[in-house]
Design a protein around this ligand. Structure first.
Ligand code: PMP
Length: 352
């Protein structure tokens, strides 16, 4: 830390992204990316926009918001687009949480929530998941806090039924409930349909997972017009050109080819079912995942050892050191061939 670093951030613990080693070609199952490339129209759209890079992007992302509104059955004024969904989450924390309306989220969830809370000096409560790693909706009833729920949750992959989300919304009319649906396209049920009924609902999604565009950095939020206007106040005070022109039109092109991505999500779900059954045959406990990853543990090997042994054999998975989940590894679901390699290496490790 330099002597110039401001005291207000001295204790900030930044987010640690999943490792991206360059030393060799890994079977990369550690950051929940899609194993499939973007659809053909995306590359064409990017090439076209490249020749206009001397011009700023549209600060309203008009074309993309219009297309998103059509696909999700809302008005363009109910859509905000962002530089990855991380940015939409940060904007939402800034806009809707403070000392009077502190944050509440599970103890085991996406690691960026406490970081954004600390960055913005927002107090937060981490509510323990139940013993079986599910969220107890009763913990969030009339809590008088800004609630953040990843649904499906990460790194568990488990879903909260939409009815429970609705009960949480109803019991907290004075606070915003942020539902982070980064992984919803792999078998979850979206809360977008509730937006017209609850002025306190903000749904956040991303193009990074089911739409194969993690490297383009594109996310979006859908909610009541007034919530979106508040987010725009923050956006125009931070970075009005937050979505670059290549990414905006890559997003438009991806939405034109939605069937390709729906098909890929189906393939991932089938590969997930195969992987779960193979892991179970090897004695693993696997949580019920509706995401493009599974969270699994074995009595025969602890999580950190399994992660290291797999890495030594060219397969990257994610391990978290937090005590409650340290026996587990999080495995991204890739192609069937990648999953076959994973299972083969695990058999080798357990047999050794
Ligand atoms: N929410 C959750 C639950 C995530 O796991 C991630 C990905 N790490 C994100 C949001 C952010 O994804 P992105 O910024 O790539 O849209």
């Amino acid at each position: 830390m330099s002597k110039f670093f401001t005291e207000k951030f001295a204790a900030l613990e930044p987010y640690t992204p999943g490792e991206q080693p360059r030393d060799m070609q890994y079977v990369k199952l550690n950051t929940n990316e899609s194993p499939f490339p973007p659809s053909a129209g995306v590359a064409e759209a990017v090439a076209k926009e490249c020749s206009k890079l001397q011009l700023y992007s549209d600060p309203e992302s008009t074309a993309l918001r219009k297309r998103l509104a059509e696909v999700y059955g809302v008005k363009p004024s109910q859509v905000l687009v962002s530089n990855g969904s991380d940015e939409a989450l940060n904007f939402a924390f800034m806009a809707f949480a403070d000392e009077k309306s502190p944050l509440a989220f599970p103890d085991i969830t996406y690691g960026f929530y406490p970081v954004f809370a600390q960055l913005n000096h927002i107090p937060y409560t981490q509510i323990p998941l139940k013993e079986d790693f599910s969220i107890d909706p009763a913990d969030y009833m009339a809590i008088h806090k800004t609630v953040v729920i990843a649904n499906p949750n990460a790194p568990t992959g488990m879903c909260l039924p939409l009815q429970d989300i609705e009960d949480i919304l109803k019991s907290n009319p004075g606070n915003v409930v942020i539902v982070d649906e980064a992984y919803v396209d792999f078998g979850g049920e979206s809360a977008v349909k509730l937006v017209e009924h609850y002025e306190n609902l903000l749904v956040v999604q991303t193009f990074s997972k089911s739409r194969s565009m993690a490297g383009a950095r594109l996310g979006f939020a859908i909610g009541n017009e007034k919530l979106i206007a508040d987010l725009n106040t923050i956006r125009y005070s931070t970075n009005p050109y937050n979505v670059n022109r290549m990414t905006e039109f890559a997003g438009v092109a991806a939405l034109e080819e939605n069937d390709y991505y729906l098909q890929n999500a189906k393939t991932i779900m089938a590969n997930r079912a195969w992987t779960v059954s193979e892991l179970q045959k090897l004695g693993f406990t696997v949580l019920d995942s509706k995401a493009n990853f599974v969270f699994a543990k074995s009595d025969k090997i602890d999580g950190e050892k399994l992660y290291k042994e797999l890495k030594a054999r060219g397969v990257l998975v994610r391990h978290f050191t937090k005590a409650r989940i340290s026996p587990y590894v999080r495995i991204t679901i890739g192609t069937l061939q990648q999953m076959e390699t994973l299972i083969e290496k695990i058999k080798e490790i357990l047999g050794a």
